[in-house]
Write a protein that binds this ligand. Structure first.
Ligand code: FES
Length: 184
């Protein structure tokens, strides 16, 4: 073996190593890029609709809070009943609505509305929320997550494509002010 053979072999191994590392990096980057682009990809999927109807306005009498259900817009046929997502609808005064995620802002247990006390109560650790979704007591550090809504042709629609999380704009507003986010 001559020194030039060694250099050539070393150079080739180096190039192979770089190629291998680049291939591994590309494979690892795919799920990260897909995650980052998921909102765009999801909204372009044929048939995807983020605004979903919860039913006609008549189902939600003024001054009352009622349970409603919608179908997860990104669910597949295999999801079955698990794709039916409940939420609480509050008709504030016949004009304004609030739609709350059913999950407690602490660890996600489903909260229940008690009209007698005017509170949402969480069965897991005793979290409580006022009728406007703001925190009343217990472990939750913030109010209930709230959906954007709009009224269209006598139906109440929510923006179910934007799942309420601490990172969502509506969640931030509740966090900061303790009040309601603006609704469409
Ligand atoms: S999950 Fe509701 S208080 Fe803990």
């Amino acid at each position: 073996m001559t020194p030039s053979d060694g250099l050539t072999r070393r150079g080739m191994l180096m190039k192979l190593g770089i190629l291998f590392n680049a291939a591994v990096a590309a494979i690892l980057a795919v799920p990260i890029v897909r995650y980052l682009l998921s909102p765009v990809i999801r909204e372009r999927r044929p048939g995807y609709e983020s605004w979903l109807s919860l039913g006609s306005l008549g189902q939600f009498p003024a001054g009352q809070t009622r349970l409603a259900t919608y179908r997860n817009p990104v669910a597949g046929p295999a999801d079955g009943e698990t794709a039916n997502i409940p939420c609480w609808v509050r008709n504030v005064d016949g004009q304004k609505f609030q739609v709350f995620a059913i999950n407690c802002a602490h660890l996600g247990c489903p909260v229940r509305w008690f009209p007698q006390s005017g509170l949402f109560m969480c069965p897991c650790h005793g979290g409580a929320y006022y009728s406007d979704g703001s925190r009343a007591s217990g472990p939750p550090e913030r109010g209930l997550f709230e959906y954007r809504y709009k009224v269209d042709q006598g139906n109440l629609l929510i923006d179910a494509g934007e799942m309420p999380t601490t990172g969502a704009p509506t969640a931030r507003l509740i966090n900061v002010s303790g009040g309601r986010p603006p609704c469409a």
